[in-house]
Each structure stands twice: as C-alpha cells, then as structure tokens.
Design a protein around this ligand. Structure first.
Ligand code: NAD
Length: 275
C-alpha cells in the first residue's frame, strides 16, 4: 500500500504543479497563500514550515505571519491574498475562522463552505477528510452499500467525512468519546476510519476480518509517531500506515483546495450566494 500511496502522491504533486503554472499565467503572478498565526502554538511551527516548503515546490508563494485579529481581517480583504490558513488554539478555531472569506478558505471550514459540503455543492473541503477519500480512491474501495464507521466527530475530520462518504453512497455511522460500547459499532464496519487522537485505541477484537481500516491518528508518544489503531489490526484487516498514510496526502489537499478556489475566481465564480 505504501507504494500506491507514494505513486499517487507524486501524481498529485505533478498535477498541482501544472495547475498552478496555468493559474500563474492567468493571474500574472504567483498564487499566494497566507499562513496566519494568532496565538503562539509551538506545535504548529513544524507544520507551517512544511506547508511553506511544499507550496514553494508547487509554485505557490507561502508567507508565514503572526498577528492579531484586526490584521487578519484586513489581509482577508487584500486581493493579492488568494488563500488563508489560520493557526490558533483549538478552543478559538471556530471564532477565528468564521469571518475568513469562503473564497480564501483553503481549509474548507468556514460556515459557507461547510454548508456547501452538506448541500453537495462544489467547494473546498477539510484537507484531512479529503486525504481519507484519496486513500479510498487509490485502494479502489467500493463504498456503495457498505457500512462506513467513523470514530471521531471533529469539525476537520469526522464530521466532514460523514458527508463525503454519504456522497459516495456509503451507509455512515459515527462513533465518538461517548459511544458505548465502541466495539459494538466498530466491529460491524466494512470501512473503519479512526480519527480519535488516542494511540492504539482500536484493537484487533474490535474489527471484522478483511475490513479496510483507515488510521488518521498522529500521536507522538515518547518521540515515536503512533496511530489510533494498534498495528496488530493489520493482521486481520487492511490497515493504512502511520506515518505515510493519510498524512502523506493532507498537506497537498490544502493546495488542491487553493487551486479550486483560484480556478473559481478566474472563472468569475466568486460569489458563493449567487450560483
Ligand atoms: P479531536 O480531538 O478534535 O477529535 C477527536 C474525536 O475523537 C472527538 O470527536 C472525540 O469524541 C473522539 N474520541 C476521543 N476519544 C475517543 C474514544 N476513546 N473513543 C471514541 N471516540 C473518541 O481530534 P482531530 O483533530 O479530529 O484529530 C484526530 C486525530 O487525527 C489526531 O490523532 C490528530 O493528530 C490526527 N490528525 C491527523 C491528520 C493527518 O493528516 N493524518 C490531520 C489532522 C489530524
């Protein structure tokens, strides 16, 4: 599976590079992505630097900035800013992302874009959820009529996945921290997506034979990266790797959203309320 993931990632990068080169010609400048940090979050610094490096390899100028909400508001109005990623403490995420223009929302988390997802309309989608769908595509997993169980109901993974999986005709159930007993739900799944942020939460006894298990978790424990699924699960089910699974696609999905937003802008589809 690692080989398939690497191959697809290479294709995605090549496609994005091509798309951004066409977009650059039409814009007359490099596409510009702003990574704006409102509160110091040392844990996000590595991620921000990696986004900058990836962006630059794709032909996108990425600027890392720190500032307050007023500065973010005015940069949001700046026509030379094509996309914005907001970094802040988890408890402030809804507040700080609520006023980003949907046309610049590369994370797909503004009220308008989450509404578009629910309505089945074109728009940027939360990157991690898109990365999970990418894995399903490369594995050719037929979703129609299958029971997909998602463990986790966060705004950036579990909830958007409900709608993405429904749009592919899966039957979808969501489990979360209050689900009891968890294994009663997970053991029925044909597809199990786990995004709980709990290292090795899912054990072999909790999954059916031959289920596809997509491990979204990235947990740093004693300097090692562990998924939300015990690797022993891989002996009875098809398990995506951590690291090198969903996480291999997630950052590129932000750029895929940027490309979509810029194409919409260049086609004059800037108003989300009128089409
Ligand atoms: P979150 O903390 O916002 O949400 C976790 C969800 O899991 C909650 O809805 C909660 O109800 C549920 N949960 C917690 N404990 C549970 C339990 N014992 N049983 C069942 N459900 C439980 O987390 P998040 O931001 O959605 O991230 C989830 C995981 O995915 C984390 O490990 C995070 O690091 C990882 N992540 C990976 C990528 C990637 O690209 N691979 C991207 C984003 C997040």
């Amino acid at each position: 599976m690692k080989e398939l993931i690497k191959k697809r990632r290479k294709e995605i990068k090549e496609n994005l590079r091509r798309e951004f080169s066409h977009i650059k010609e039409r814009l007359g400048r490099d596409p510009f992505l702003l990574s704006f940090s409102l509160e110091e979050e040392p844990s996000s610094e590595v991620y921000r630097k990696s986004i900058k490096k990836k962006g630059e390899s794709l032909g996108v100028e990425v600027e890392l900035m720190e500032g307050d909400e007023g500065q973010l508001l005015s940069l949001n109005q700046d026509p030379s800013v094509d996309g914005i990623i907001v970094h802040c403490r988890r408890e402030n995420f809804l507040k700080h992302t609520s006023f980003i223009s949907p046309e610049k929302d590369v994370e797909g988390v503004t009220p308008a874009n989450l509404g578009r997802l629910m309505r089945g309309e074109e728009g940027p989608r939360p990157a991690t959820a898109l990365a999970v769908m990418e894995i399903l595509k490369i594995l050719n997993f037929p979703l129609e009529g299958k029971l997909a169980v998602i463990v986790g109901r966060s705004l950036i993974v579990g909830k958007p996945l409900i709608f993405l999986l429904l749009s592919e005709n899966a039957t979808v159930s969501t489990a979360h921290s209050r689900t009891r007993p968890l294994e009663a739900i997970t053991s029925q799944a044909d597809l199990l997506v786990v995004a709980a942020g709990r290292p090795h939460l899912i054990k072999p006894s909790m999954v059916k034979e031959k289920t596809l298990v997509v491990d979204v978790g990235i947990n740093v424990v004693e300097g090692k990266i562990l998924g939300d699924v015990d690797p022993e699960v891989g002996k009875k089910a098809l398990l995506t790797p951590v690291p090198g699974g969903v996480g291999a696609f997630t950052p590129y999905m932000l750029f895929s959203n940027l490309s979509l937003l810029l194409r919409r802008k260049l086609e004059g589809k800037t108003s989300y309320s009128s089409n």
